[in-house]
Design a protein around this ligand. Sequence first.
Ligand code: IDC
Length: 468
Amino acid sequence: MKRARLLATAAVLVLLAGGAVAAGTRGAPPSAPRYVTDDQGRALILHGFNTAGSAKGAPDALPELTPDDIDREYRDMGTNFVRFLILWRAVEPSPGTYDMKYLDKVAERVRWYSDRGYQVMLDMHQDLWGNAITPTGVAGNGAPAWATHTDGLPVATEQFTWEMYYLEPGVIRAFDHFWNTTGDYPDLMDRYAKAWAAVAARFKDVPGVLGYDLMNEPWGGSVQGATFETGPLATLYRKTIARIREVDPDGWIFLEPQAVGVNWGLPSALPRFDDPRGGPPRIAFAPHLYPLPLDLGDDYAAGSKEWTDRTLGWWRENIARTAERMRAPVLLGEFGLDMTRPGASDLVKKVQGLSDQVGTGMAYWSRDADAWGPYDAKGKATPLPGVYVRAYPRAIGGVPVSVTYGENRLQVAFDANETGPTEIYVPERGFPNGAQVDGGTAVWNAARRILTVTTKTSGRVILTVTPK
Ligand code: IDC
């Protein structure tokens, strides 16, 4: 793949996505809930990983993961969250048949996390529609073969980056059939919604399950931008929300925008969705962030750094605007890069800072044993654990007002609302002998390095955490 052609393609994608601009900026209602909450109603700061890409091509659709891996991750980074990949092909191997054995195995892994205090979001992952289109490579994953209809259109082998497969005619056609753009398979979206209902019915009472990410990186095929997001994508989300709410009124539902463009900082046109549960809505917006220069193989340096920094600014503004329109809190569902490249650690810190400013949590891509992840193929730590670890409030007993992060100081201000104690993770670095807190009564769990802080249950609370 020649650079020039690639950049031209990227420019075309930007223009396609640009259709979202106009629709993305008008009519924002004033008050969006800013935080995802746990079952006690505490505001959550989610800090964790996507686990894992290794599930995509695995025959059993399970990630390479052991309980020891989670222990190591916790010990090194104090994470509290996982975006756990599940695959439609494994959930529904033939139309209308749901594989309960697979879901049981997912539940076993969910348990590994919840036993360790983690929140789990189930992410129905897909890239490039499904394994049936690109069966030999690592690229395509997600949809079952029975739901894959390419009409014999070609899918040529892409050399440069896996994302280019999205432009192959066979891949576009598979999506066009799913979204019913062709009119040939009108039942596919309903199948998908029902598959989600089967998942939600299995997991609604499983401890630690925070909610459901309905579709990874939706791609509109031949319908793009605002037309896609307010059209077929919104239709799929409405159908799926309705099905899930029939069985689970409480799980959070995470909605992703069109990935192309929005991943690079362009606006999304995703509309607001009603949540038919009784009580406050539990619908969140879960975009990804992949600055284009890095997607194209550059490092976070020189001109690419400048462009990337600009991307972060756009992303922040446009995400906030969409969240207002949707009246939904934000979760950064994916961001990641090759940690062995120059500038990588700086960018992780910057994005973590950005996610802190927007007040969202984030899930880094990914927990795989490779150069992007925290541990490489030999199990050796990359620079990631050292930059991803920091003191943070895992759960806040009220509505957060501000969180100020420092190397050996953390300040959390919130308006208490009787929901429960505030939990603060404090790493070894900066706090070698543990931590103390001003503004509440704390119990220090040295093994888990968590301060559980009881405060007054109404009014403004300001907690200041310093080393012991
Ligand atoms: C990547 C994997 C890579 C694989 C590719 C296609 O790291 O090994 O070949 O998927 O299956 C995303 C996707 C996520 C990607 C990730 C990094 O949601 O599945 O994983 N990424 O490329 N969107 C932008 C980047």
